[in-house]
Design a protein around this ligand. Structure first.
Ligand code: M6R
Length: 607
């Protein structure tokens, strides 16, 4: 998954292309590149690593030209080197690609057999050669692209530049998003509206299989069967302002601190405080006939779904299936007609989740989507759109999107329960009251930041860390472990506390810190028993609980972290905070790249 942008401009475009890449860096930051046509030739600059390296390269060797394309890469095929950086070019054609060309190997062999030589190990370069070959034989750019697209298997968004036609770009989309932006005497291509935000707000979203020829005058769009089509132009409303860190050292820290506000903002859209009711953005969406919910997501969003499973089953008594999006389709799940499939995603572009959504649609499911980016592919394909109002999340490690997802899911579970006749008005009132307390409780959790920072040095030397939890604290344990591994590179695993004795307890020794998430409440004593089993074997425990819990079980722990006392319904939102802060401070102490950890990307648009 990568970010792509193309501009047909009135003036030189390199600087604006790089500005667009800054907005797309969340899609990958292994390398970056830009190409333009000038002086009758294609010229490009590419650099390994973060975008700054490309900026330096361009400062030393500027790139003129009023038509150009650019790319920020998350490596799939071939190491993150300069020669594998996009754009890939022949003398005639340069192109940038987001996605994977699955049949690149036979295509490459075929091209080599015809005498073409390759400069990279990427899957992408075959496309440049296939198009170039036809152009070299006299085909127009349009004809060449039309002939090549059906030969490509996999997922792609492409932007292609032609030496002999400096007044046009061709874009294509299959499985990876691509938008067309309409400016004043300029036209653009981009992976999303955010990339184009300072250039234009007038955006057309290409549909699956579409391809497009853009010139300064506008765009000619074709569908997968090459019929000319119109795609509606919408006003994106995405701000052109670059998002900054404010007074914070990292975006992740800023986003952790935004949680009280954004959770409140999100809840406002789902709670009617005046009459103590939960509500949905589409009030007449009928939930009463839903007999089964299938929840599908990846990563942190999956853990939000895991928490929600408890709520759907407990409140609404509706059976729930839960699966990783990357696994879901491959077990060919049996989905009863009329079920509800619920997809959770910050970006709304995660390729695995999007593919699972389309599978569920093909199985006659109603599609609900909990998503943070309202212009995303998932948002546009939903029957029931359940937005989180977290605002742009820039840190690769998801934090505020997670707590906002939990807020939406809790309110949605209550809506479902009411629609199924499982919730009395008094119970609904209680749920609304508890949810409304979440922002203040999250704020209360943030007050322990310094204490968490002070104990983070216990975790820094560890090679392995375990997180334990029970009930809805179990997904928080998994989330804590994910946060720690992705930004501090310390190996961490989350376990259901009661499962320890069935194997993982063999891992325990004094070098493996065990973070125990155990708010006082119905499951507290059982979790504490499991924690004591760990301590009895020399394990060093960090207990995260409330005052009562710490008083009852804190003795003998390596450290304790005290949270505000909260109702179990909102505990997952509140206990997410200390595990986020702990991972954050460990990463800062270790000096890792908190916002752009190695090997990752914010939005994973390849399967
Ligand atoms: O945009 P999505 O919520 O669909 O992304 C899913 C995962 O890629 C994401 O949650 C990932 O696990 C995060 N980096 C975790 O912090």
């Amino acid at each position: 998954m990568c970010g792509i942008i193309g501009i047909i401009g009135k003036d030189d475009v390199a600087e604006r292309l790089v500005d667009g890449l800054k907005r797309l860096e969340y899609r990958g930051y292994d390398s970056a590149g830009v190409a333009t046509v000038h002086g009758g030739a294609i010229d490009r600059r590419r650099a390994e690593g973060k975008l700054n390296n490309l900026v330096k390269e361009l400062a030393g060797s500027p790139l003129p030209g009023t038509t150009g394309i650019a790319h920020t890469r998350w490596a799939t095929h071939g190491a993150p080197t300069t020669s594998n950086a996009h754009p890939h070019a022949t003398g005639e054609v340069a192109l940038v690609h987001n996605g994977i060309i699955e049949n690149f190997k036979p295509l490459r062999d075929e091209l080599i057999a015809r005498g073409r030589t390759f400069d990279s190990q990427t899957d992408t370069e075959v496309v440049a050669h296939l198009v170039s070959e036809l152009v070299e034989q006299g085909a127009s750019p349009k004809d060449a692209v039309r002939q090549v697209l059906p030969r490509l298997h996999g997922a792609f968004a492409l932007a292609i530049l032609f030496r002999s036609h400096p007044d046009m770009l061709i874009g294509a989309r299959l499985g990876s998003p691509l938008v067309v932006g309409y400016g004043d005497g300029e036209t653009y291509l981009g992976s999303d509206a955010l990339a184009l935000a300072p250039l234009t707000q007038r955006i057309a979203y290409l549909e699956e299989g579409d391809w497009v020829v853009i010139t300064a005058q506008g765009a000619e769009i074709f569908d997968k069967d090459n019929n000319p089509v119109e795609r509606p132009v919408t006003i994106s409303g995405v701000s052109g302002a670059m998002i900054d860190k404010g007074n914070h050292r990292h975006f992740m820290q800023k986003e952790i601190y935004e949680q009280p506000v954004v959770v409140a903002q999100t809840l406002k859209a789902y709670l009617q405080r005046m009459d103590d009711r939960v509500s949905l953005p589409i009030p007449d969406f009928d939930l009463s006939a839903i007999r089964r919910v299938t929840i599908v997501a990846c990563g942190t969003s999956f853990y939000a779904g895991m928490v929600a499973r408890y709520w759907f089953e407990q409140f609404a008594r509706v059976p729930v299936d839960l699966d990783f999006a990357s696994e879901f389709r491959y077990r060919e799940p049996v989905m009863e007609e009329g079920g509800l499939a619920l997809f959770i995603s910050q970006s709304g572009e995660t390729a695995d989740t999007l593919a699972a959504l389309r599978y569920a649609r093909s199985q006659g499911q109603k599609i609900a989507v909990v998503v943070n980016v309202p212009t995303s592919s998932m948002a546009r394909e939903a029957d029931l759109l359940l937005p989180t109002h977290a605002g742009p999340e820039i840190g690769v490690a998801s934090t505020k999107a997670f707590t906002c997802q939990l807020a939406v899911l809790a309110a949605f579970a209550a809506n479902l329960a009411r629609a199924k006749g499982r919730l009395t008005p008094a119970e609904e009132k209680e749920i609304v009251r508890h949810l409304a307390e979440a922002p203040a409780a999250i704020n209360g959790a943030l007050a322990y930041d310094e204490a968490i920072e002070a104990m983070a040095h216990h975790i820094v030397p560890a090679r392995d860390v375990l997180y334990l939890g029970r009930g809805t604290d179990y997904p928080i344990a998994l989330e804590g472990a994910l946060k720690l591994k992705e930004i501090s590179y310390i190996h961490a695993e989350g376990y259901a506390a009661g499962e320890m004795k069935h194997g993982p307890i063999a891992l325990i020794d004094e070098l493996v810190p065990v973070i125990c998430i155990a708010p006082s409440g119905p499951l507290f004593e059982k979790t504490v028993s499991n924690m004591q089993e760990v301590q009895a074997r020399g394990g060093k425990v960090v207990l995260i609980s409330d005052y009562d819990g710490v008083q009852a079980a804190g003795e003998g722990c390596l450290a304790t972290i005290t949270m505000p006392k909260v109702h179990p319904l909102i505990a997952p939102m509140v206990y997410a905070v200390p595990v986020q802060l702990l991972a954050y401070h460990v990463a800062v102490l270790k000096g890792t790249d908190v916002d752009q950890p190695r090997n990752l990307a914010k939005s994973v648009t390849v399967e």
